[in-house]
Write a protein that binds this ligand. Structure first.
Ligand code: ZN
Length: 379
């Protein structure tokens, strides 16, 4: 039998092929350029011929998040539209930590990825569709090292300045699926939730803060190997033009409510992180975040508060992180939304795990919670 053929020369593609034998292969992750981070993969397998593929990604104990591999199933697609999960198992004692993916495709060709990819083309389709909708404006906030645009959509006639932005960490593609869901609500003139929010708010939406990292197939950094979510205290044209452009635009509008959308490699749940420990912390300011969190928890079975990140102690907040900087700088109600790469363990989906559709449904719930949060503040 002939060997399978593995390649990754396409948008967000990334894998290092070590050996191939018939329908089996040994693979390694690539590092983000000029960076220690490695976790994202996206490749295709050709010449499958109806055989069971056995793909081993080795050396994972020194990946960015080793805890991301136990109980993780790789994403797989045969049409690049529907992404299911391929049964995978992790053995930390095999070849420096090995994820073994087993899958029998129906055809000759199949794609694998760390999470359902959100391509550069799909980003431009989304921006074009929204920018042509009634009452939606588009601004290019800035440019990346690779010459890509930082796109920002503006909509709504209200006074509450809302910033929604995602994919500072480009491998967290679930963030842009969430953005697509949010924009569907907000740009649809027949959607009452969107209409009510547009009356109350001015939305500034950056669906992808890190297009270079996205196109290059990075997990966590831009084209210079910089982690953008550690640049918010002192963004610079030399290291982080993406953050500099977005923060400058925020300085112009001010910020009342901000959500920075991410994915978490290890935790099998959806959760929020707030801004405990910022210098100007007050219980009243913090309560605005906690109130939003309670509303979202009541509305969405996919959201919970038992699992999440430890809170910073008084004065200990890291102001290089976007949520802390935005909360401190603008006295905003700011938060980081984290979705799982694995699944929501409370409501597992064997076929797809956490999926693009669930990202979009969660976005709608987050917006519903925002409307309720605004209305209950008035009442
Ligand atoms: Zn992240």
């Amino acid at each position: 039998m002939s060997n399978i053929i593995i390649d990754s020369r396409f948008d967000s593609g990334s894998i290092d092929v070590m050996t191939v034998h018939q329908a089996s292969a040994m693979l390694r992750l690539k590092h983000d350029k000029d960076s220690e981070f490695k976790q994202w993969f996206h490749f295709r397998v050709a010449n499958c011929g109806g055989r069971e593929l056995v793909l081993k990604i080795v050396g994972l104990n020194d990946s960015a998040y080793p805890a991301g591999w136990p109980d993780y199933n790789a994403c797989v697609s045969e049409d690049r539209d529907f992404w299911g999960r391929a049964t995978s198992s992790f053995d930390k004692d095999e070849e420096g930590g090995t994820l073994t993916i087993r899958y029998t495709p129906t055809g000759d060709l199949v794609w694998f990825a760390y999470f359902a990819p959100f391509s550069t083309d799909r980003h431009h389709d989304l921006i074009a569709e929204c920018a042509s909708a009634e009452g939606v404006s588009h601004r290019k906030l800035g440019e990346t090292f690779d010459g890509q645009s930082i796109d920002c959509l503006g909509l709504g006639e209200g006074e509450t300045q809302v910033w929604l932005y995602g994919r500072q960490h480009p491998g967290e593609s679930m963030a842009e699926w969430w953005m697509e869901g949010a924009l569907q609500v907000l740009c649809d003139p027949s959607d009452t939730l969107g209409r009510a929010l547009r009356q109350k708010c001015r939305f500034n939406i950056v669906p992808n803060c890190n297009p270079d990292g996205s196109t290059r197939g990075h997990l966590r950094t831009n084209a210079k190997g910089v982690n953008l979510n550690r640049e918010w205290a002192e963004p610079s044209a030399e290291r982080s033009p993406e953050v500099l452009a977005i923060r400058n635009a925020m300085d112009e509008t001010g910020v009342h409510f901000a959500m920075d959308v991410h994915g978490d490699e290890a935790i099998d749940a959806v959760f929020l992180a707030g801004y405990e420990g910022i210098p100007s912390w007050s219980d009243e300011h913090g309560e605005r975040f906690y109130r939003y969190q309670r509303i979202l928890e009541r509305r969405s079975p996919d959201f919970q508060t038992a699992k999440g990140y430890p809170k910073s102690g008084p004065g200990q907040a890291n102001l290089t992180i976007s949520t802390n900087q935005v909360a401190e700088r603008y006295a905003a109600t700011a938060m980081t939304l984290e979705m799982p790469f694995k699944d929501n363990a409370d409501y597992p989906d064997e076929l797809q795990g956490w999926s693009p559709d669930r990202c979009k449904m969660l976005a709608r719930e987050c917006l519903g919670a925002l409307l309720e949060w605004l209305e209950s503040d008035e009442g």
